[in-house]
Design a protein around this ligand. Structure first.
Ligand code: AMP
Ligand code: ZN
Length: 138
C-alpha cells in the first residue's frame, strides 16, 4: 500500500524520477541524492512500511538478499574497498525519511567518511542485566 504524502512511495513507484540502479515488483534501488561516497544507494520497498519493525519478514528476507546482490555488483563495478549497510529506525537513530530503506554505502580507502560510535565500558553486571532485560520471557 502506498502512502500519498510519502516521497519514497512516490520514488519507489516511479511517480518521482530517480537514478534507478535496479527495480523489480517489490523494490527500487536508487542513487542517494546526498551520497556519503561514490555509489551510495538506497533500497526502497514499493509498499509503505515505516521502519524495520513494520517490515514483514518476507520483505525483510528479500531486502537483505537484494542488498547482498547490489553489494557484489557495486564491489565489482566500482572497485570499492569495503561496504557498509546502514538502516536507521527512528529520529534518534538518524532516520529522516519515514519509509523503510537500506543504505548501500561503498567504501574507499581515504574516502574520509566515518560510520562509527563511541565505545562505552559497562560493568559486567550491567551487561548481565541488559541480557536479562532483552531475553526475559514476557
Ligand atoms: P535516513 O537518514 O536513513 O532516513 O536516510 C534518508 C536518505 O535519503 C538520505 O541519505 C538522503 O540523502 C536520501 N534522500 C532523501 N530524499 C531523497 C531523494 N528525493 N532522492 C534520493 N535520495 C534522497
Ligand atoms: Zn512510503
Amino acid at each position: 500500500m502506498r502512502k500519498d504524502d510519502c516521497i519514497f512511495c512516490k520514488i519507489a513507484n516511479g511517480e518521482i524520477p530517480s537514478r534507478t540502479l535496479y527495480e523489480d515488483e517489490m523494490f527500487r534501488v536508487i542513487l542517494d541524492l546526498g551520497p556519503a561516497t561514490r555509489g551510495h544507494a538506497l533500497i526502497i520497498p514499493k509498499e509503505h512500511f515505516l521502519n524495520l519493525y513494520e517490515l514483514p519478514e518476507e520483505w525483510c528476507a528479500k531486502a537483505f538478499v537484494l542488498a547482498k546482490r547490489m553489494a557484489e555488483q557495486m564491489m565489482e563495478k566500482l572497485s570499492c574497498d569495503g561496504f557498509n549497510l546502514v538502516q536507521n529506525n527512528g529520529e534518534v537513530a538518524g532516520q529522516t525519511v519515514s519509509h523503510f530503506h537500506i543504505h548501500l554505502i561503498p567504501r574507499y580507502q581515504e574516502d574520509g567518511q566515518k560510520i562509527s560510535w563511541e565505545q562505552t565500558e559497562p560493568a559486567p553486571e550491567e551487561l548481565d542485566a541488559v541480557r536479562e532485560a532483552i531475553c526475559r520471557e514476557a
